[in-house]
Design a protein around this ligand. Structure first.
Ligand SMILES: Cc1cc2nc3c(=O)[nH]c(=O)nc-3n(C[C@H](O)[C@H](O)[C@H](O)COP(=O)(O)OP(=O)(O)OC[C@H]3O[C@@H](n4cnc5c(N)ncnc54)[C@H](O)[C@@H]3O)c2cc1C
Length: 305
């Protein structure tokens, strides 16, 4: 029985492991190797690591954690989980089981890339969902927002931070209201209602083509669409969710399920890697304190004297 199992070795899970390792806790980290930003070439906005290849951050994290001998790793997907007496029992893809008193889900999210030819190919290097992650690299260049709802209009206005040349490609008649349309026009944002056929370019994104109009030159396309929970484990464990599909988090990374904690994109809030890492640190502290409280309570119980 480990003291803690962490599922997910992204920034959230790794930072929790670092804190818990420094608390000399017996920790097992399990990971299936599917980071949210796998398609991205560079991680931005992470102080001291701005521009680093995303997988390097994970490698550096593991290298640092190797200094703490009480933390172990297994690179395997968790396929099943059950609450058991005094903790959790996990089933791994090789049919082995692992048990722990406390469990941290740092399983992340996955983005639904719109089904347009070329979008998946250019995802992370010309097609994006987050301007805070990738806007600066395309500053002062022609930008496109793909989408037809109010969130797309709002994203287009937000992109004015990086460029005054912003177009919304809506595939058909957009469904925002007249007031929003006026706001877009006032800010010089054109709306194309023709259906987008494909994102094209040689080595880098260069244009969008349409069913029935000339191509539009652009250096980046941003879209807003769903980002889903990477794992069904939160649901299977009985976690509560908010309306946006985020696991509801109580004080200090705790969930409604006793002994179960969450950190990173599995929760709501700002989905930047540095936020995920900070939430991992918070969860690490919360879990150490939960273990310590239980130890102190046991030491102070009449049975112990
Ligand atoms: C294209 C793109 C570009 C981005 N660029 C940036 C950027 O520049 N800057 C920035 O701050 N953020 C960026 N992000 C967001 C960033 O990827 C996330 O904020 C960050 O990865 C969240 O960390 P996490 O630890 O919560 O989840 P993740 O990094 O997604 O890690 C979750 C881990 O859990 C594992 N896992 C899931 N289920 C299981 C299971 N059942 N068993 C075992 N393991 C499991 C996964 O394999 C994965 O390794 C970008 C995202 C995308 C999609």
């Amino acid at each position: 029985m480990h003291e803690v199992i962490i599922i997910g070795a992204g920034p959230a899970g790794l930072n929790a492991a670092l804190i818990l390792g420094r608390c000399q806790r017996d920790v097992l980290v399990l990971d299936s190797g599917k980071p949210r930003n796998a398609a991205s070439r560079a991680l931005h906005g992470f102080l001291t690591r701005d521009g680093a290849p995303p997988m390097d951050l994970r490698k550096w994290g593991r290298d640092e954690i190797a200094r703490y001998p009480s933390v172990k790793f297994r690179d395997l997907p968790v396929t099943g989980v059950e609450r058991s007496d005094g903790g959790f029992e996990l089933k791994l893809s090789d049919n082995s089981t692992e048990r722990a008193r406390l469990l941290l889900l740092a399983t992340g999210r996955v983005d639904v890339v719109p089904e347009v030819a070329g979008f998946t190919e250019f995802y992370g290097r010309g097609v994006y969902h987050c301007p805070y992650c990738d806007g600066w690299e395309h500053r002062d260049q022609p930008l496109v927002v793909y989408g037809r709802n109010d969130s797309a209009a709002s994203l287009a206005l937000g992109l004015l931070t990086w460029s005054r040349d912003v177009t919304v490609c809506a595939d058909s008649r957009p469904d925002w209201n007249a007031e929003r349309q006026v706001e877009l026009e006032r800010n010089g944002i054109a709306v194309v209602e023709n259906q987008v056929r494909a994102a094209e370019g040689h080595e880098r994104l260069q244009r969008l083509t349409f069913a029935d109009r000339d191509a539009l030159a652009c250096s980046a396309v941003f879209f807003c669409s769903d980002c889903l929970q990477r794992s069904t484990l939160p649901e299977r464990l009985g976690c509560e969710f908010d309306d946006d599909g985020n696991v509801r988090c109580q004080q200090m990374a705790a969930t409604n399920v006793p002994g179960l904690f969450v950190a990173g994109n599995v929760r709501g809030g700002i989905h930047l890697a540095i936020m995920a890492a900070a939430e991992g640190a918070e969860a690490g502290i919360a879990m150490n304190e939960a273990l310590l409280d239980a130890e102190l309570a046991a030491a102070n119980s009449p049975a112990a004297t």
